[in-house]
Write a protein that binds this ligand. Structure first.
Ligand SMILES: NC(=O)C1=CN([C@@H]2O[C@H](COP(=O)(O)OP(=O)(O)OC[C@H]3O[C@@H](n4cnc5c(N)ncnc54)[C@H](O)[C@@H]3O)[C@@H](O)[C@H]2O)C=CC1
Ligand SMILES: CC(=O)C(=O)O
Ligand SMILES: [K+]
Ligand SMILES: [Mn+2]
Length: 353
């Protein structure tokens, strides 16, 4: 019996609606699997928690979370209560950094029964590998002077170690897929870090002669995500470029509500963290219509991470059979609730037992 200890952090907004839904699904997965069990421990870290305690998590929060096999997170952010940069850097980005979750893996593909906004999306199936520990998301910089004279400086950090690491991860992943890696660059406008990024990409690509490569400026690449997503296999991108590209990837799939993600710790020192691409969706909180599929597909990525690919594939097949049959939340054109979609997934999973 494999027993996984999972720390769940629903976080803010619809995180508190989709995380319990996905946990119910995972419990069903465990029931039909027979040899896999989960022990979930919930942590209330969120903006509400901040209001009460003055921080997004307690001082020993990292110590406590470190003991788990993985973290299953919903979303962080409620700008009405706490400024976004405070809440995200106090929890989401803090966990990514402190637990050395240096890679963020974000797939996007044509999803059965979910209509892409593209007229002719063809059959795309891509994965963005986003650098998750440095780049443009950096705390280096500051603000000086006030009023007319005010200056803000924000430094982007690109280390050879971090850049090489994310690129190698992308090449290894491509080797198991369609053997193509596209690098997201902007070396025509960003004159230090991006030519460096291009050089490292060239260096790393030499170690993978069987993998085809391509380098695209992020502006053109973003446009190709819309005009021809099926040309891509694996895309490697810096932290910010990857963030933006994956919202586009989610949009061309049909909704950010179905897009999954995994924050991977590659050195085994700390838990990895699984959380969908979307945020807390303040515009639909409490309406019961949040799409649970992003969180559930994220759960599938967590299963894959622990070597449970077989049941992971079953789960995704079941989810696609539900969307295929038109049981959809409003963001993808349906009238069903979070609970109805989740219940249908659970019912069909049980039927597979
Ligand atoms: N990883 C995280 O925890 C992230 C947190 N955020 C935070 O979330 C808050 C809201 O950010 P936004 O920029 O509005 O992005 P968002 O992803 O929360 O929402 C963007 C749009 O997508 C819709 N949407 C998102 N997830 C959905 C779902 N599961 N089902 C149906 N519709 C869904 C929302 O209703 C909204 O119209 C902010 O505080 C932001 O900082 C934003 C992105 C990622
Ligand atoms: C913060 C955010 O938007 C992301 O990590 O996707
Ligand atoms: K999220
Ligand atoms: Mn994002």
């Amino acid at each position: 019996m494999t027993k996984l200890k999972i720390a769940s952090i629903p976080g803010d907004g619809i995180g508190t609606e989709v995380v319990p839904a996905a946990i119910d699904v995972l419990k069903t997965v465990s029931d039909i699997h027979g040899g896999l069990s989960f022990e979930f421990t919930e942590f209330p870290y969120s903006c509400e928690y901040y209001l009460e305690h003055g921080s997004m998590m307690p001082e020993d929060g990292l110590e406590r979370l470190k003991e788990f096999d993985a973290i299953f997170l919903g979303a962080v952010g409620n700008a009405k209560l706490v400024p976004d940069h405070v809440s995200l850097w106090g929890l989401l980005i803090k966990l990514r950094r402190e637990f050395e979750q240096v890679i963020n893996v974000r797939p996007a593909k044509i999803f059965s029964g979910v209509r892409s906004p593209l007229v002719n999306p063809k059959d795309f199936d891509l994965i963005v590998v986003r650098e998750n520990s440095e780049g443009e998301y950096s705390s280096v910089g500051g603000r000086i002077y006030q009023g007319e004279e005010e200056i803000a400086i924000q430094n982007a950090i690109f280390s050879r170690r971090g850049t090489e690491r994310v690129m190698r991860y992308a090449f290894e992943l491509a080797a198991k897929r369609n053997r193509h890696v596209t690098s997201a660059t902007k070396s025509n406008g960003i004159v230090h870090s991006m030519p460096f990024w291009d050089e490292v990409f060239k260096d790393v690509s030499r170690d993978y002669p069987e993998i085809q490569t391509d380098s695209q400026h992020i502006d053109a690449l973003a446009a190709f995500f819309v005009t021809n997503p099926s040309r891509f296999d694996v895309i490697v991108a810096s932290n910010l470029f990857g963030d933006v590209l994956t919202d586009i990837g989610a949009a061309v799939m049909g909704s950010i509500g179905i897009a999954p993600a995994a924050n991977i710790n590659v050195n085994g020192k700390y838990p990895s963290m699984f959380e969908p691409v979307h945020g807390s969706a303040p515009d639909i909180i409490g309406k019961g219509i949040a799409n649970p599929i992003g969180q559930i597909w994220t759960a599938k990525m967590m299963l894959d991470h622990f070597g449970e690919e077989e049941i992971g594939s079953v789960l995704l097949e079941v989810v696609e059979s539900v969307t295929h049959d038109g049981i959809l939340t409003p963001d993808i054109g349906g009238k069903h609730s979070t609970t109805e979609v989740t219940t249908e997934i659970i019912t069909r999973l049980k039927a597979r037992a």
